[in-house]
Design a protein around this ligand. Structure first.
Ligand SMILES: C[S@@+](CC[C@H](N)C(=O)[O-])C[C@H]1O[C@@H](n2cnc3c(N)ncnc32)[C@H](O)[C@@H]1O
Length: 349
């Protein structure tokens, strides 16, 4: 039995799946889902994320969090939370950088929000008893300011897809063909959507919006900031962004479900608007602008001074993180924050 068989049997009984239901099963089915069974980050795995490109990424997020704590007036206790921490590299680099600011780590109550048991085990190996785990953000206690970071989390939160046909909006679904194989299909869209040209694709992620609303409500209540970094759009737009990656190659999202990482772009405008409606403020920069404002140029120079033999590698890593043709422009750093301050790097120019 495979996930394809399981989903085909389910579809035969109860009808087609929305893309969000399909994505959720592919990523989180307890028996076959990608994150439940085989998440593989890094060069030897399926995809590489920014913390795995260079230690500079996590270190600068550590500088961001420590500077934010200072700007907040050095609260005696705050929640330092990472959502979707992967193999724990970002938090490890963040904590190493955070040691430079006296009092910061002592004040931090550190939580990792993770749904994947194999990844939680890797995080435990790397971070040991410095952290605690929750399966969702609402398990992390409130009542203290929050500094939350999440890199490439929004892109794993499932989205529905709608396609504009000549007669009106349709919803993209996953059904089965007459041989019982998974196939894409379209049904009339059950919700009202803005007008668009024929062929336009619109994605809506209820879990991304719900996270924006939950963070907005919590930040407005407890104070603090959330830094969400991901690939995605900074302004509302159309397009099919569903992507399946296996061993660094794009593969057919319907072929071998559960064996590839399946993502959509972060819908930052929707996340920001949900947070604002819940009482928080929101701002967005490209990853290149955020890292430049946090001092990545100076950090790269310091690393080269310490290890001149590594200059070419460090140069390549820097380009990968900030280059316009690499992660620098497609990736955005979005900050949600309580209305009483402006977090580091997000001050208006
Ligand atoms: C693409 S990986 C990114 C890992 C890490 N942040 C990095 O940049 O290397 C996505 C992470 O989010 C986790 N994840 C996926 N869905 C989640 C959810 N609904 N809540 C919390 N974590 C989730 C995955 O298990 C994994 O740790």
């Amino acid at each position: 039995m495979s996930l394809a068989d399981k989903l085909a049997a389910q579809i035969a009984q109860t009808g087609p799946l929305t893309m969000a239901q399909y994505m959720s099963a592919c990523l989180h089915d307890p028996q076959f889902g990608y994150y439940a069974t085989r998440p593989a980050l890094g060069e030897a795995g399926d995809f590489v994320t920014a913390p795995l490109v260079s230690q500079m990424f996590g270190e600068l997020i550590g500088v961001w969090a420590a500077s934010a704590w200072t700007l907040m007036g050095e609260p005696e206790r705050f929640r330092l939370v990472e959502m979707g921490p992967g193999d724990g590299t970002l938090m490890d680099d963040l904590l190493r950088a955070g040691r430079a600011l006296p009092g910061f780590l002592e004040a931090a109550d550190i939580w990792l929000v993770e749904t994947s048991e194999p990844l939680a085990a890797l995080q435990a190996q790397k971070l040991g008893d410095r952290v605690r785990w929750a399966r969702s953000l609402d398990e992390v206690p409130g009542g203290a300011p929050l500094l939350l970071v999440a890199n490439e989390l929004l892109d794993c939160l499932p989205a529905r897809q709608f396609v504009r046909a000549a007669t009106g909006w349709t919803e993209q679904v996953v059904g089965i063909d007459r041989h019982g194989a998974l196939t894409f299909g379209r049904v009339p869209a059950p919700i009202d959507l803005p007008d668009a040209r024929e062929g336009a694709v619109l994605e809506r992620s209820a879990p991304q919006e719900a996270l924006g609303a939950m963070l907005g409500e919590r930040l407005a209540r407890d104070g603090g900031a959330a830094l969400l970094i991901d690939y995605g759009r900074a302004a509302p737009g159309f397009g099919d962004t569903l992507q399946a990656l296996r061993r660094h190659e794009k593969v057919d999202p319907l072929a071998r479900p559960g064996e590839a990482d399946l993502t959509v772009w972060a819908d930052f405008p929707a996340v920001m608007s949900a947070a604002e409606q819940a009482g928080a403020e929101a701002a967005i920069l490209t990853q290149a602008a955020f890292l430049a404002r946090m001092g990545i140029g100076e950090r790269a120079e310091a690393l080269v001074r310490a290890r001149p033999d590594k200059a070419p590698v460090i140069g390549r890593q820097l380009h990968r993180l900030v280059g316009g043709d690499q992660m620098g422009e497609l990736f955005k750093a979005c900050c949600l924050y309580s209305p009483d301050w402006v977090p580091p790097a997000f001050e208006p120019e």
